[in-house]
Write a new protein. Sequence first.
Length: 193
Amino acid sequence: MTAPVTESSATGEPARGAAPVNRRRALYAGVAAAAAVGGAGLAWWRLQPHAMEAGAEQVLWTQAFDTPEGTRLAMQAFAGKPLLLNFWATWCPPCVDELPMLNTFYRDNKEKGWQVVGLAIDQPSSVRKFLTRLPLDFPVGLAGLGGSELGRSLGNLTGGLPFTVVFSPEGRVLHRKMGQVTPQDLQTWVAMR
């Protein structure tokens, strides 16, 4: 009767073929670790605002967008006070999740001079329908693909949503955030204004 092949023989030495299996496992583990580090690095890079294009702040103040109500929303009207500008879409769950918090922030801070503008990177009909279910107190502009380009010029190279930019009363970018805003972000931004 023959004994089953095991990792080691009676002499304690590895059986034939065991060393290549261990090397393969080590190689696979190394490749998996490198992929995990690379993926984490890519995710980190993707979630970081990048350098803004030269003149992006000035371009923002020249922009005007249609509103869901059919009027024009001129960004120049928001100059001179701190502004939280939020790029969002109806199909973006974290965007939808943060909108009530941004609405509360606006209501609580508008008397302190804070302004909030939402730029919807979406179809106008979708935004109108959405706003009937969740009305917002702050102005919303229908930015469409032009809003994506504006976001890229402000450092959102991947076009990810939500993307939030905080401007000083002088129109300079103070803060940028890729991803969902937290209550702590809002507290920090108000305190550092």
